[in-house]
Design a protein around this ligand. Structure first.
Ligand code: NAD
Length: 257
């Protein structure tokens, strides 16, 4: 399928799943805006490399997704937004009674509220264009819970709810909104959790990866960023035009348990 002529904005996309989604949407022909809160030569080089490998236009726009005005400015600066992928996310692991308040606030702001702000600005653009796709990267943790991840799980359940409401408000238009719910994908976000989890369970990092991290994932394999990107491309296809307000799990069977 071709997404030529469409512009995709992907939040938090200089790494991991966001970058993988950017690659797959660009491979399908979309022009792409990638984003993070940094503004380094590497960020712009990433945009140039993406443009070169897929022969599409790619811009890097700095915007901090913890700040409502910057979330909104990202979409305004993009100028067009046919496909919005709300992907930016962070994690912090601690029991509720020890959970730092500033970490709770940051996770809710970046993982949940940013999607509200970007969607609010993107929907009028999609309506003007007569077509749109909002794809929220939630998580298996948007459908199930685990201990010590209260803010992340609250935010991801919130993203699933926001996706349903967005779908209902756009149901009579050629706009859809869905949440992709990945299980574990080996990205910097997950890699960063391995040492702490290993310490908590008194295991080696290799053992904790197989026995604890992938314990919930029946396939015993990490999902890949290409698979998440491919799912996003599918949601942009005509075949997915009546898929709205739902979740698509890419989790090796986790939520079937
Ligand atoms: P990652 O750490 O590789 O990427 C996170 C991205 O968000 C980075 O590009 C980072 O720069 C960006 N980001 C962080 N704070 C930001 C801010 N304030 N403003 C703008 N950008 C910001 O992690 P990832 O694993 O690729 O995670 C991407 C998304 O996928 C997250 O929403 C995460 O919750 C979700 N997810 C990941 C997994 C997994 O196993 N990796 C599973 C389910 C869901």
């Amino acid at each position: 399928m071709s997404l030529k002529g469409k512009t995709a904005v992907i939040t938090g996309s200089n790494s991991g799943i966001g970058l993988g989604v950017a690659h797959e949407l660009a491979r399908a022909g979309a022009d792409v805006v990638i984003n993070s809160f940094t503004d380094t030569p590497e960020d712009h080089a990433l945009a140039d490399a993406l443009a070169k490998s897929h022969a599409v236009s790619v811009r890097y726009i700095q915007a901090d997704m913890s700040k409502p005005d910057q979330c909104r400015a990202l979409i305004e600066q993009a100028g067009a937004c046919d496909i919005l992928v709300n992907n930016a996310g962070i994690q912090h692991v601690a029991p509720i009674d020890e959970f730092p308040i500033e970490k709770w606030d940051a996770i809710i702001a970046i993982n949940l509220s940013s999607a509200f702000h970007t969607t609010a600005v993107a929907l009028p653009m999609m309506r003007d264009a007569g077509w749109g796709r909002v794809i929220n990267i939630a998580s298996a943790h948007g459908l199930t819970a685990s201990p010590f991840k209260s803010a992340y799980i609250a935010a991801k359940h919130g993203v699933v709810g926001l996706s349903k409401t967005t779908a209902l408000e756009t149901a009579r238009e050629a706009i859809t909104c869905n949440a992709i719910c990945p299980g574990y994908v080996l990205t910097p976000l997950v890699e960063a959790q391995i040492p702490d989890t290993a310490k908590k369970y008194d295991m080696s990092e290799e053992e904790v990866t197989q026995k604890v991290i992938l314990e919930r994932q029946p396939s015993k394999e990490f999902a890949t960023v290409e698979q998440i990107g491919g799912t996003a491309v599918f949601l942009c296809s005509d075949a997915a035009a009546q898929i709205t307000g739902t979740t698509i799990s890419v989790d090796g069977g986790w939520t079937a348990l």
